[in-house]
Design a protein around this ligand. Sequence first.
Ligand SMILES: [Mg+2]
Length: 450
Amino acid sequence: MPEITITGFATRDVRFPTSLDKTGSDAMNAAGDYSAAYCILKTDSVHTGHGMTFTIGRGNDIVCSAIEHVADRLRGKTLSSLVADWGQTWRYLVSDSQLRWIGPEKGVIHLALGAVVNAVWDLWAKVLGKPVWRIVADMTPEEFVRCIDFRYITDAITPEEALSMLKELEGTKAQRLEEALNNRAVPAYTTSAGWLGYGEGKMKALLNETLSEGYRHFKLKVGGSIEEDRRRLRIARDVIGYDKGNVLMVDANQIWSVPEAIEYMKQLSEFKPWFIEEPTSPDDIMGHKAVRDALRPYGIGVATGEMCQNRVIFKQLIQTGAIDFCQIDACRLGGVNEVLAVLLIAKKYNVPIIPHSGGVGLPEYTQHLSTIDYVAVSGKLSVLEYVDHLHEHFVNPSVIKDGFYQTPMEPGYSVEMKADSMDRYTYPGEKGVSWWTSDEAKPILTGEKV
Ligand SMILES: [Mg+2]
């Protein structure tokens, strides 16, 4: 690898006006504008590193300003020194004691860390000429384990245990790698029809459309009124059936208290959901456990993770048996390294990984993570969320065919956005260039903030 030095960085605040058509609407998030806070690392070479964190609009500027603080720690560092001992590098990035105070390892400062860490991975992958998933798939178990900061998780998994788990799978890795190269590593599920703000007609049409495209797993938002949800789930089951091998999932986005979640889900149990996602507060480990225990007799599992702030909360959710499915997020966690830590914990406790992927740029990221999980960590096929929004803005967008993610082969972490899309959707943006300075933006800019 050539010696490359990080000379500086830029941040970009990019927002798409998705609140206008209610894309992304759910019980808690009524009107999101899908946004990306970018960290772009500059080097003394032709390469740049692109990382982003997903938000849903207001506050994206706060994440950008946090990125500036974290990324500043990389100025003047060589890429080879950063990746030689990734676990140490990750520890270094969370160890500015003053910045740590405004976390620690959670909230805005951690969202920023995700963008910065992922930007380094993107840079490294571009320099090596490989997609990020392939770098990890090609690692020895020792190299994989060295990527992780084990502080706070050794009571759940030690580096030695991780090493022996990874070694056990080494013998069959080549076969799974082959499947990845043939685009058979990551089956997709769809949330496209499921947004709460979509009318009955649009929902039905989207369900039929995604069914004919080869999807077998469908997720719907719930948590409005029980009557409304029963009506929507009935429509969904009318389209996808009960006995055709199609799977239905529901997502409440944290709207309920623990007793409400249990009561509500009992009333939806006849529609046979595979799991309820985010039934309650993302920090409530014992609450999730109570919901899981109460719903087990109904055959309904519990999933969460998109707002799970770090590996410590995931450790507790998994150790206590509070969840059936682990929904890691590529940038809510502190980038690739912290995700790898959670993949290992989930593998040890036999909890399947189903990443959160509904948002701009997230499918581009998570296709790498699910591929890593299948090829190198769990060795088991899972499913990965896909939402068909805004992919046209990416240089190398994620692609679904026959119900499978097409394994990304371009060098990098796939979240680099086209330059003109960035300019057009930069917020607040340049007059005459950014959409946000146009008359079309006025209903959002001057409307009620919900
Ligand atoms: Mg969700």
